[in-house]
Design a protein. Structure first.
Length: 115
């Protein structure tokens, strides 16, 4: 795959009514929903991932996975929170977090696991 090409792009799922995950490998500071429309973010370096404004993304979900030995930091946009906190992290390799926006100023953690 080419840089920033998502699985959806390659396999023609962009306009699929039910399947739109898109996967991106992030190796530098990454703005989710801005740098890529992908819903699955695989962090390949100790980076900070910034979520887009919750109010503009009601129902949007992001799966974020730490693929390395190092800490991945997840920040909401200014004024937003993630489960009531101003930051979350994936401290261990293989940690995975699913966050979803409620359309106000909140991103909610629906799942967190260490696979």
């Amino acid at each position: 795959m080419q840089d920033r090409e998502t699985w959806d792009d390659r396999y023609g799922l962009i306009n699929h009514p039910y399947l739109h995950f898109g996967t991106v490998f992030a190796g530098a500071a990454f703005a989710a929903g801005v740098d890529s429309g992908a819903s699955v973010i695989l962090a390949t370096a100790a980076i900070t991932i910034t979520l887009p404004p919750a109010v503009e993304n009601k129902g949007k979900a992001f799966w974020i996975k730490n693929t390395i030995v190092g800490v991945i930091t997840i920040n909401p946009s200014v004024g937003d929170l993630i489960d009531g906190a101003i930051t979350q992290s994936l401290p261990d390799q293989y940690d995975v977090m699913l966050v979803v926006s409620d359309g106000t100023t909140n991103w909610w953690v629906l799942s967190f696991s260490n696979l």
